[in-house]
Design a protein around this ligand. Structure first.
Ligand code: ADP
Ligand code: MG
Length: 395
């Protein structure tokens, strides 16, 4: 997976208009951007293009308007936040494409920025309609994809447009591919992978791949209950994904034959229901009694996972250890987050909720790489090709 795509760093951009796909799919609160992490992540590419004399046409999706104009999902708050961050005015286009937008794009001077409306207002976006791709391409002289978080989608603005314009990787996209690529290709050993979160089926591809390349896989989160069910251990009312049980059984079987140490929790924290005010109980074991659900892995498990993280050459963490949004069940996610933050090895975090957990604990700055793409990072780590990357020019 070494980086084989043309980089925006090597593109001739002076006096040109760059159509840049960014991931500005940010959370909104009352018409304001409530977390601008993704906007900040795109600044290096935007600034580099401006400094080198390009005009920019930016395009992103925001939420799921499903091919219709949904005013609450307008890019207006994003344009405002981006203007504040850059200290220059960012124009907002009245639509995604069309004559007026084209005229606006053509009137841009070097260094100026036009942000298109939410690209998912257009039904052709998710259908990867070549007509939309061509209309988007008409807005620029070259295409830059910096939207790692959307690179696993073959949409008009992420893949189709590169049929009509020379496509380059943006700096964020490039960095994501490099950092995640290193984990798979040349990790410092031991490589220890921590997997948690809700669903086995989302992550079974990653488990399969890392059974081959990781030294240890540490399982936590609700995902562990599919493994316990596969072993015939009662799970009470814990969140179990039925189709995950068979996947877990196969993973356990393969772990035995490939010699990867696949570890499951030793103890649990239980609640009556998914609620911060629920009755709480710790058990030294993993059999969940009737009327209870496992909402966090226990302190013995967290300590043993933290110990493993401390001796890892490389740590990859995806998925919280428990229902960390509920304070009484956040302890093990916090212990793991602190261990990752303090780890001497290379630390890479993927997954929206794991990144949110680290930031909630104020530890986001202490890891080597926080991936901006949940689904995209999982697909990349699984070894799948990302359409948004494949569409770009070869280096
Ligand atoms: P990520 O976004 O990091 O990949 P996921 O989306 O897979 O993580 O999972 C995050 C969710 O998993 C969180 O909302 C968390 O509450 C939930 N979760 C973790 N452990 C449990 C559990 N034991 N029971 C119920 N939900 C859980
Ligand atoms: Mg998630």
């Amino acid at each position: 997976m070494s980086f084989a795509k043309a980089s925006v760093r090597d593109a001739e951009v002076a006096g040109k208009r760059a159509l840049v796909r960014v991931d500005f799919n940010v959370p909104l609160d009352g018409g304001r951007v409530s977390d601008d992490t993704r906007i900040r992540a795109a600044l290096p590419t935007i600034e580099s293009l401006r400094e080198r004399g390009a005009a920019l046409v930016l395009v992103s999706h925001l939420g799921r308007p499903k091919g219709q104009v949904v005013p609450e999902l307008s890019m207006a708050p994003v344009a405002e936040r981006l203007s504040e961050l850059l200290g220059v005015s960012v124009k907002l286009a009245p639509a995604v494409v069309g004559d007026e937008v084209k005229a606006q794009a053509e009137s841009l001077d070097a260094g100026e920025i036009l942000l298109l409306e939410n690209v998912r207002y257009e039904p052709g976006e998710t259908e990867n309609d070549p007509r939309l791709a061509e209309q988007l391409a008409a807005l620029g002289d070259l295409y830059v994809n910096d939207a790692f978080g959307a690179a696993h989608r073959a949409h008009a603005s992420t893949a189709g447009v590169a049929e009509y314009l020379p496509g380059y990787a943006g700096l964020l996209l490039e960095r994501e591919l490099t950092e995640l690529g290193k984990v798979v290709e040349a990790p410092a050993r031991p490589l220890i992978v921590i997997l948690g979160g809700a669903k086995v089926s989302d992550k079974v591809g990653v488990i399969d791949r890392f059974l081959e390349i990781a030294d240890e896989i540490l399982i936590g989160g609700a995902m562990c209950f599919s493994f316990f069910r596969a072993q015939g251990i009662p799970t009470g009312n814990s969140l179990v994904e039925e189709q995950g049980i068979e996947l877990a059984r196969k993973a356990l079987e393969r772990a035995g034959s490939v010699g990867c140490d696949l570890r499951l929790p030793l103890d649990l924290v239980l609640g009556r229901e998914f609620d911060a005010a629920t009755e709480r109980r710790e058990i030294d074991g993993v059999e969940v009694p009737d009327g209870w659900m496992g909402l966090d892995v226990g302190p013995r498990t967290a300590a043993s996972y933290a110990e493993a993280i401390g001796r890892a050459g490389t740590v990859l963490w995806n998925g919280p250890m428990g229902a960390f949004e509920l304070e009484p069940f956040a302890a093990s996610t916090r212990t793991v987050a602190e261990a990752v933050a303090a780890a001497p090895g290379t630390t890479v975090i993927g997954g929206g909720d794991s990144v949110a957990a680290l930031q909630q604990f104020g530890l986001g700055e202490k890891v080597d790489w926080l991936s901006t793409g949940g689904g995209a990072s999982l697909e990349l780590l699984e070894g799948k090709k990302l359409p948004g990357v494949e569409a770009l020019r070869d280096a």
